[in-house]
Design a binder for this molecule. Structure first.
Ligand code: SF4
Length: 336
């Protein structure tokens, strides 16, 4: 009987859940997953997933009525087991309302609504913490993975052709929902990289101004750059990252996309730190942050603006440090 996973957290969290999906699928076969409409396209092509059930918890499905509607739908499916990696009352309640007989969650979640709990490790990478939900045999895969389709690849290739950006290319992800996590020097970084690589800026529609600024700077310097912000779908953007020789990113979802497609990553941490469990972990990856700043880290997600006003956790991270980290990945010298 098919098992269900309910994961309606942020995009990055959904990507970091993919090793758990693989581990569970190895135990019970392909799974059904409830996730947000934004994350649904990422899981629709995942080999561990049989079917994605989108749940717009802040949109059309919000409130009690939407929760009940989802619970009725899940109840009709007759799932034997539900896995609840997200510490969310909504997820726990919907599995309970759907009368799924076995509901597996973490001990620090909503224990009264679960039938089994697993201990979430306090330390370590979030991938491994989530994998603990699979039980004593948590699987062999400790990196996330995402799959793109032939149409995704065709569209990404067409986008690069249309903007005359050739490989090798560097992908830059200058955005973040949390303003304090944005490194302010992506445009000057792009200008420095442009003589050696094509530049593609990845992000959502809300990152368009950052994309426009970067492409304008590179264009004035005689390089080739394109902004995919808001112009490509999520999977098409993942495909662009897959083709890139390196991704430079803030602590945001594209970091996890790059991990999932094996692209060397330089991740810039400001108000957060990699030891929270969300850093890159590939052998060629680099994580940078300002060392010795007493206010850092200041929050789990990063505040909208620096509460101290100076934002030194990002402004003190120099262009030269970032360039050196890119060199260390070896990405600009490899052609494989
Ligand atoms: S308080 Fe410190 S760590 Fe937090 S945003 Fe400001 S500079 Fe960064």
């Amino acid at each position: 009987m098919t098992s269900l996973v309910i994961q309606t957290a942020f995009l990055g969290d959904v990507v970091l859940t993919t090793p758990l999906l693989r581990a569970l699928a190895e135990q019970t076969g392909p799974l059904d997953v409830v996730t947000t409409p934004a994350a649904a396209p990422l899981l629709e092509t995942h080999p561990a997933v049989r079917r994605v059930i989108p749940y717009a918890k802040r949109g059309a499905d919000r409130g009690w009525r939407g929760l009940n509607r989802l619970a009725r739908r899940l109840r009709a499916e007759g799932y034997a087991s539900a896995y609840l990696p997200h510490r969310s009352l909504r997820s726990a309640a919907v599995a309970w309302l759907a009368r799924i007989p076995r509901r597996v969650g973490f001990h620090d979640g909503w224990r009264l609504l679960y039938t089994e709990t697993r201990r979430r490790p306090a330390e370590g990478h979030e991938v491994d913490r989530l994998l603990a939900l699979a039980g004593p045999a948590p699987g062999r895969h400790h990196m996330p993975n995402l799959e793109t389709t032939i149409p995704d690849r065709t569209r990404a290739e067409g986008f690069l052709r249309e903007h005359h950006v050739r490989e090798p290319l560097a992908a830059l992800a200058p955005g973040s929902i949390w303003g304090s996590k944005r490194w302010p020097s992506f445009a000057v970084l792009a200008e420095r990289l442009a003589p050696r690589v094509g530049i593609v800026v990845v992000g959502g529609a809300e990152d368009e101004p950052l994309g426009a600024e970067i492409t304008a700077v590179v264009g004035r310097a005689g390089g080739r750059a394109a902004s995919a912000c808001g112009r490509l779908s999520l999977r098409e953007s993942v495909e662009i990252i897959r083709r890139a020789c390196v991704l430079v990113t803030n602590d945001s979802a594209p970091l996890h996309f790059a991990q999932a497609v094996g692209t060397p990553t330089v991740a810039l941490f400001g108000p957060t730190v990699p030891t929270f469990g969300f850093g890159p972990r590939g052998p060629r990856d680099r994580a940078l942050g300002v060392v010795g700043l007493p206010c850092r880290p200041c929050s789990r997600h990063g505040p909208p603006v620096c509460p101290l006003g100076h934002h030194r956790c990002m402004t003190d991270l120099s262009l030269e440090q970032v360039l050196a980290a890119i060199e260390e990945t070896g990405a600009l010298h490899r052609r494989d």
